[in-house]
Ligand binder design. Structure first.
Ligand code: BES
Ligand code: MN
Ligand code: ZN
Length: 495
């Protein structure tokens, strides 16, 4: 799918479909007025007859209007002019692309930013690109007869005035971000028998082949043994698949600038281990590597943009399986940091692989470390599928991530990392237990990680509720690639 920005008159542009807005009550947008004039008041007549309501996200497709060069005109309801909040704007964009995808048009021209729907023109452009890509994404590549690719191939964002350079930049950033989102989605949707730790490593190596700016290194279990990663290795004991520790180094800026390190949980399948999960919906635990996928996706996005920043991706990846060799409840292991952990529940494995990866991350002398993990079912209970859970050991970092989430509409919500929760992790036999009891499970998981991130600025994103959708719409969302990419863009702009 290709995107462009162009200036033009809606009546004169040759297009498969030109899209213009109509407000509730029948007020035409400036571009709709131009079409109405060229087509001798056809639109005004349709409004008078009640064919066009202008209700937000309603659509009406018209063909071959006299005096209009485009083959089709799609009228989109913008609702009440002063009630265009973000949600309504997204509803409008979704309805627009659903309607376009219902036509045979290969190309469409959207006059939607002149009326400044949404936060800003940049915001609308990014969300239009995300929405178009979302609807074009196919997840059925493994069916013997996959569904047809979308017919719509070219989308032009059109303006009546000359588009500002910032709009072109927003478009380029959005298209690169979509590449990253799609990579994360594709990896997330792959089943556990294909997307193994070795598979993720091969994808990381492929990414550095594609982008010379990325250097990938893969550590094996014997290397991790030497590093003293007893916590990470305890999780992979029950698996036949070898664990991997993948690092991807992207130097888009002078090496003297400290990198931002992204650490992604890469459990390619989480059975729970000896603390076996119940059977229902266990297939969804193939998504337990979505943190890792979001790191790969974000690196893909920023390398595609050539973003002038240094970023390191660190991905601890393995399976969590039961077997005769598997770690047992009550086992005590020593992490790379030297701290000992009593594993009271082998299903709380994400923190066990992350803590060693977080200790390892210090070697990059990071400016900031952000880990991304499908860490706790409790986070889904707390925030549902709308917001990711956010924790940080510095308030400024938390605010920057929350802002990037708003900007990209990939939102997070901050939860407390107070010391008061720490005693819940007390163990009689080791420095800490790996679980903190039933209450506040998302917070105690973050508190566990905080014990390994004292030496640098750090944030943790719990994406258990946001990385994928269940039920009929089952599929990976590619989140939080938009949030992370926007945060990195903002950091290069000195924001
Ligand atoms: N990968 C799961 C978290 C998860 C569960 C994400 C369901 C999305 C949906 C994680 O490894 C896990 O099993 N966490 C346990 C922790 C508990 C044993 C303290 C959980 O949330 O039940
Ligand atoms: Mn688990
Ligand atoms: Zn897990």
């Amino acid at each position: 799918m290709e995107f462009s920005i162009k200036q033009g008159n809606p009546e004169k542009l040759k297009s498969g479909c030109v899209v213009v807005g109509v407000f509730e009550g029948g007020k035409l947008s400036t571009s709709a007025q131009a079409l109405d004039k060229a087509a001798k008041n056809v639109l005004s007549d349709l409004i008078a007859q009640g064919d066009i309501s202008g209700k937000a996200a309603s659509t009406l497709l018209l063909h071959k209007l006299p005096g209009v060069a485009a083959e089709r005109v799609l009228l989109v309801g913008l609702g009440k002019a002063n009630q265009l909040d973000n949600k309504t704007s997204l509803d409008i964009l979704r309805a627009t692309f659903t309607a376009l995808n219902g036509t045979p048009a290969k190309e469409a021209t959207l006059f939607l930013i002149d009326e400044s729907i949404g936060k800003s023109a940049e915001w609308v452009i990014k969300q239009a690109v995300f929405t178009a890509a979302e609807q074009a994404f196919r997840a059925d590549g493994m069916k013997s007869k996959p569904s047809k690719a979308a017919t719509l191939k070219q989308i032009n964002i059109a303006t009546l005035e000359k588009p500002a350079a910032a709009l072109k930049q927003a478009l380029d950033q959005a298209t690169a971000t979509v590449q990253g989102i799609n990579l994360a989605k594709t990896l997330g949707n792959l089943p556990g028998n294909i997307c193994t730790p070795s598979y993720l490593a091969s994808k990381a190596l492929a990414l550095s082949k594609e982008h010379k700016s990325i250097k990938t290194t893969v550590l094996e279990e014997k290397d991790m043994q030497k590093l003293g990663m007893g916590s990470f290795l305890s999780v992979t004991r029950g698996s036949e698949q070898p664990a991997k520790l993948i690092t991807l180094e992207y130097y888009g800026a002078d090496k003297k600038h400290k990198p931002i390190v992204l650490v992604g949980k890469g459990i390619t399948f989480d059975t729970g281990g000896i603390s076996l999960k119940p059977g229902a919906e266990m297939d969804e635990m193939k998504y337990d590597m979505c943190g890792a996928a979001s790191v790969l996706g974000t690196l893909q996005a920023i390398a595609g943009m050539g973003l002038k920043i240094n970023v390191v991706g660190v991905i601890p990846t393995c399976e969590n399986m039961p077997s005769g060799a598997a770690t047992k409840p009550g086992d005590i292991v020593t992490s790379m940091s030297g701290q000992t952990i009593e594993i009271l529940n082998t299903d709380a494995e994400g923190r066990l692989i992350l803590c060693d990866a977080l200790t390892y991350s210090a070697k990059f002398n990071p400016d900031t470390v952000i880990d991304i993990a499908t860490l706790t079912g409790a986070c889904v209970v707390a925030l549902g599928h709308i917001a990711s859970g956010l924790f940080a050991n510095e308030e400024k970092l938390a605010q920057e991530l929350l802002a990037a989430g708003e900007q990209s509409h990939d939102r997070a919500w901050q939860l407390p990392l107070w010391e008061d929760y720490q005693p819940l992790l007390d163990s009689n036999f080791a420095d800490m237990a790996n679980i903190g009891g039933r209450m506040g499970g998302t917070i105690t998981a973050a508190c566990f990680l905080a014990r390994f991130t004292k030496d640098y600025r750090w944030a943790h994103l719990d994406i258990a509720g946001t990385a994928w959708k269940s039920g009929k719409e089952k599929g990976s969302t590619g989140r939080p690639v938009p949030l992370l990419t926007q945060y990195l863009i903002n950091r290069t702009n000195g924001k």
